[in-house]
Design a protein around this ligand. Structure first.
Ligand code: GLU
Length: 303
């Protein structure tokens, strides 16, 4: 497809965290978001999500862009880099605080555990903790460490592949962190601010992120931002049956074999084997096939 025929308002994105090179799992998210943007005659953006600096690996962002390009996946606009977006996150947090939607929190992890223990609840080591609400009504003279969103309400949303979803965010997660005690911005805030600032209409990403969506919708509502459509893609599983990650056998994709890597990612997305001599030919055959697959997800047309 040539650039002139990309004329819809659709804007999609692939938002890798540069914690290592692209692997088979992240290529599925990249390819799925690219295919969906092409089918909808939209723009495909790449955003480097390096807010969690200590987890990022030097050179990984450039390597990811190189790997994507080797597979024929080239963003339509210059990639945004979240480590350069701190001012926008600070502005959003100020707005939330002024509206009373965010509050400072002084609790350490052990204080959160102690608050639960006082109510007879003991967490397994490493298990997620619902915030017990300690600092909702003030810090009680303790110094603020983090900022949290006041999480209220049940969120109903519809995933294009998974169908209707519902989460009681207060019960499932509690007041969640926007600015971390270590001084870093939380993923939830950064992703919501940037999706809106980039005019993203469609979030297409791995199904492991689906349970973040209700938190992001609450934040969008609190900030008066539009909620994009969502499509959560099938995951590649590692040797242990868990989502593929560096810890369970993920290796960097082989950019000497881009067709083989695209075929493998395409199979995860439900695409048939497609005859092609190079990535460009494969991608040209893949996006019409993707149109057929998404037509089966949801009989209702996209609004
Ligand atoms: N940066 C996130 C990750 O690599 C993805 C964020 C998103 O797509 O919303 O897991």
């Amino acid at each position: 497809m040539d650039i002139d025929s990309r004329q819809s308002a659709y804007r999609g994105r692939f938002a890798p965290s540069p914690t290592g090179p692209l692997h088979a799992g992240s290529l599925v998210a990249a390819l799925g978001s690219w295919l969906d943007a092409r089918v909808h005659r939209g723009a495909w953006l790449v955003r480097i999500e390096d807010v969690d600096g200590p987890r990022c690996v030097a050179g990984a962002a450039a390597e990811i862009l190189r790997q994507l390009a080797a597979c024929g996946l080239v963003p339509d606009e210059v990639p945004w880099v979240q480590s350069q977006r701190g001012d926008a996150y600070a502005t959003a947090l100020t707005r939330l605080a002024e509206a009373g939607a965010a509050f400072p929190c002084a609790c350490t992890r052990s204080e959160i555990d102690a608050a639960w223990a006082a109510r007879g609840v003991v967490h397994r080591p490493g298990a997620e903790r619902v915030y017990p609400g300690t600092c909702r009504d003030g810090l009680g003279g303790r110094p603020a460490r983090a900022w949290r969103l006041r999480a209220e309400g049940v969120v109903d949303w519809c995933d294009r592949r998974l169908g209707p979803q519902r989460q009681d965010v207060a019960a499932a997660v509690g007041d969640f962190v926007l600015a971390r005690a270590d001084g870093l911005w939380a993923y939830q805030l950064a992703v919501v601010v940037d999706d809106a600032a980039q005019g993203v209409t469609d979030v297409v990403r791995g199904a492991d992120l689906a349970d973040n969506t209700p938190r992001q919708i609450l934040l969008q509502r609190a900030l008066g931002l539009p909620t994009p459509r969502h499509l959560h893609l099938p995951l590649v599983l590692g040797d242990d049956g868990q989502k593929l990650s560096k810890g369970n056998g993920a290796r960097a994709i082989d950019t000497d074999q881009p067709l083989r890597e695209l075929q493998a990612a395409g199979r995860v997305l439900g695409l048939p084997d497609l005859a092609a001599a190079n990535p460009a030919q494969w991608l040209a055959a893949a996006w019409p096939a993707w149109a057929g697959i998404i037509a089966g997800f949801n009989p209702r047309p996209m609004p």
